[in-house]
Design a protein around this ligand. Structure first.
Ligand SMILES: NC(=O)c1ccc[n+]([C@@H]2O[C@H](COP(=O)([O-])OP(=O)(O)OC[C@H]3O[C@@H](n4cnc5c(N)ncnc54)[C@H](OP(=O)(O)O)[C@@H]3O)[C@@H](O)[C@H]2O)c1
Length: 182
């Protein structure tokens, strides 16, 4: 079982632009890194509310809830938020809040030995890092620089704690896998 932050990013470390748009990412074109092999071992998804609300809106999941299982199968999704959030009919979405340490037992129990995919945003991934509960970081680096936006990982994480485990070129993306030493 591993807890993995897997995301696409601009070269200079942004997950989205200042309007929470990913158009710069969709515009890259060509072959894109496939999530299918990664998803085979993922049992649980974790994200913050901005990311969740972006997905709901972008994929029209509230009005077309039957699409949910196409994206996520029956995997439980833990969404960190201090607010009440809408949930598509039939989706296993658990809205939680507070310290990552407090939610970890429920997340790990739901994973049942499978991997946990922390989708983002960057500060939430940082909260898992702070809790010593981040095992791997996988970055699909797009050939894009953004002036500002949602940060990839607003933490100091030095080389002594990062092992470059894999490097792959996929189309115009560099896919970098790092193991995080606790
Ligand atoms: N490039 C990619 O592949 C990729 C991947 C992931 C995300 N993204 C994009 O990047 C952006 C990330 O947005 P973001 O930086 O705002 O991060 P986010 O993690 O998606 O959302 C942050 C929000 O989550 C809630 N939250 C976080 N930690 C919490 C905690 N411990 N307890 C309770 N609530 C908590 C707070 O909102 P409330 O309490 O107000 O609800 C906080 O403002 C989004 O636009 C997303 O679509 C891109």
């Amino acid at each position: 079982m591993s807890i993995i932050f897997n995301t696409a990013t601009s070269v200079n470390g942004f997950l989205a632009d200042e309007d929470n748009s990913l158009q710069w990412l969709f515009d890259v074109g060509g072959e894109e890194p496939s999530l299918d092999p990664f998803l085979e071992t993922v049992s649980v998804l974790v994200m913050g509310s901005t990311t969740y609300e972006w997905i709901l809106e972008h994929e029209n999941l509230l009005t077309e809830p039957e699409k949910w299982s196409v994206f996520f199968d029956a995997r439980p999704m833990f969404v960190f938020s201090t607010r009440e959030l809408p949930v598509p009919e039939g989706a296993d979405v658990r809205v939680v809040n507070g310290p990552v340490e407090r939610q970890l037992p429920a997340i790990l129990a739901a994973a049942g030995g499978g991997d946990v995919w922390v989708q983002g945003g960057g500060d939430l991934a940082g909260q898992f890092l702070d809790a010593r509960a981040l095992d791997r970081i996988v970055l699909s680096v797009a050939p894009v620089f953004l002036e500002t936006g949602a940060p990839l990982l607003p933490r100091t994480l030095l080389s002594a704690r990062l092992h470059l485990a894999s490097v792959e070129r996929v189309g115009r993306f560099a896919v970098l896998g790092y193991d995080v030493k606790q």
